[in-house]
Design a protein around this ligand. Structure first.
Ligand code: PHE
Length: 354
C-alpha cells in the first residue's frame, strides 16, 4: 500500500467505526465494535498501524499523522457510545426498533363538533353586531325563574324537572342519614340549581348594564330528561337578547333569518309558530326549513314587560326580543347527525369525522 491508499483506508475505517459505534445500543454491541476496530491484537486499527510502519521513509511521517487522527476519532466515538450505553439513555428502545426511521403517524386530537359549532355561531352573530357574554352554570332561583316571570307554582320549577343542588348550609345542620341525603327545598332563598336555560344570562346582563343591549350567550344547560335520540340531560343553548328604544318582532324574524342563511345557506326558510314562554309576549317557536325538512330550533319572542321591570328597565321606554336556540340541534341539522348521544359518547371514530 502506498501513502494515498493508506490514508483512504484509514479514513474509511474511521467512518465505519463511527457509524458502528453510533448504532451500538447495549454493552455487548459496544464491546464487539471495540474489538473489531480498536482491539489491541487483531483490531483493524492495529493492522493498519503495522501497514504504516512499512511505508517508505519519506511518507512515514504523513502516514502516522493520519493514523493518529483516526485513532483519536475512534477513541472519541468509543467514549461517547460508552457514556450513552452506561447512562441508560437507550434502555427504553426495544430490540428491533430503529429509532432513526421516520415516525408513525399518530391520531391528532381536534376541536369537538359542539365547540366548533359554538365558534361558528359566535362568528355569525358577531357580524350581526351581537356581543358574546357568559353566565354561571350554577344559578339561584331569581335568575333561573323569578326575574324571568316564572312564578313559584309554575310547573317549570318542579324539582323533578330540574337539577337542584343540596346546599352547604343545610348539610351542616342535618344529622346522620339526613346529612347524606339532605332535603332540598327549592323555595328556599338560598336554593341553587344547574341552570335549565341560558335565559338566566338575559337577567344578569340587564341587571348590570343600561339599555341598549345586544348580546348572545352560549353555554351548557341541564334538565333531568332520560337520554334518547333527541334528548340529553346536558345540552347547549345560544341565547340572544336585543333591547333598545323600539325593537320589533319583524327585526327578530330578520335576525333569525340572517342567522339561519349564514349558518345553513341561502336555501333556508324560517317560520314562526305561536307558543308560550313566561318571559316573552308574544312568544314563538322558530323552525328552519332546510333541504326539504322543517327543523325546530328553539323559542323566541318579545321580552315580557314584567321581565324588563324585574331588572329595573322601563317597559314604556324600551322593548326587545330574546331567543334561545339549541346548539346540538343546529349542529345535528347541519351535519345530518341522527342521534344527540353520539355527540357525548366520546367515540373517536365518530368525532374524527368533524
Ligand atoms: N329559554 C327558552 C327554553 O329554554 C327559550 C327561549 C329563550 C324562549 C328566549 C324565548 C326567549 O326553551
Amino acid at each position: 500500500m502506498d501513502l494515498d491508499q493508506l490514508v483512504q483506508t484509514l479514513e474509511r475505517l474511521a467512518l465505519d467505526a463511527e457509524a458502528a459505534l453510533a448504532a451500538a445500543h447495549d454493552a455487548a454491541a459496544l464491546e464487539a465494535a471495540r474489538v473489531q476496530f480498536a482491539g489491541a491484537r487483531s483490531g483493524q486499527l492495529k493492522t493498519l498501524q503495522k501497514e504504516v510502519g512499512t511505508l517508505p521513509a519519506d511518507s512515514k511521517r504523513a502516514g502516522y499523522v493520519k493514523f493518529n487522527e483516526v485513532k483519536d476519532r475512534i477513541q472519541a466515538a468509543l467514549d461517547a457510545a460508552a457514556a450513552r450505553v452506561e447512562s441508560g439513555a437507550d434502555a427504553a428502545i426495544p430490540a428491533g426498533l430503529d429509532p432513526t426511521l421516520p415516525g408513525v403517524r399518530r391520531r391528532l386530537g381536534h376541536v369537538h363538533p359542539i365547540t366548533q359549532t359554538i365558534e361558528h355561531l359566535k362568528q355569525i352573530m358577531a357580524r350581526l353586531g351581537f356581543e358574546v357574554v357568559e353566565g354561571p352554570e350554577v344559578e339561584d332561583t331569581w335568575h333561573n325563574f323569578v326575574a324571568l316571570n316564572i312564578p313559584e307554582d309554575h310547573p317549570a320549577r318542579d324539582p323533578l324537572d330540574n337539577f337542584f343542588l343540596a346546599c352547604a348550609g343545610k348539610l351542616a345542620d342535618d344529622k346522620g342519614a339526613a346529612a347524606r341525603t339532605p332535603a332540598i327545598d327549592p323555595t328556599a332563598p338560598d336554593a341553587r340549581l344547574m341552570r335549565s336555560q341560558t335565559s338566566t344570562v338575559q337577567i344578569r346582563v340587564m341587571e348590570k348594564s343600561a339599555p341598549p343591549v345586544r348580546i348572545i350567550s352560549l353555554g351548557r344547560v341541564y334538565r333531568p330528561d332520560p337520554p334518547d335520540q333527541t334528548h340529553f340531560p346536558m345540552f347547549h343553548q345560544m341565547e340572544g337578547l336585543w333591547i333598545d328604544r323600539s325593537v320589533t318582532m319583524a327585526q327578530l324574524k330578520s335576525v333569525l333569518r340572517m342567522f339561519a342563511t349564514n349558518y345553513l345557506g341561502a336555501d333556508v326558510s324560517i317560520r314562526f309558530r305561536p307558543s308560550f314562554f313566561p318571559f316573552t309576549e308574544p312568544s314563538v317557536e322558530a323552525d328552519f326549513s332546510w333541504k326539504g325538512k322543517w327543523i325546530e330550533f328553539g323559542g323566541a319572542g318579545m321580552v315580557d314587560p314584567n321581565v324588563l321591570r324585574a331588572v329595573g328597565y322601563d317597559p314604556e321606554e324600551v322593548t326587545g326580543f330574546a331567543f334561545g336556540l339549541g346548539v346540538e340541534r343546529l349542529c345535528m341539522g347541519r351535519h345530518r347527525i341522527e342521534d344527540i348521544r353520539d355527540l357525548f359518547r366520546n367515540d373517536v371514530r365518530f368525532l374524527e369525522q368533524f
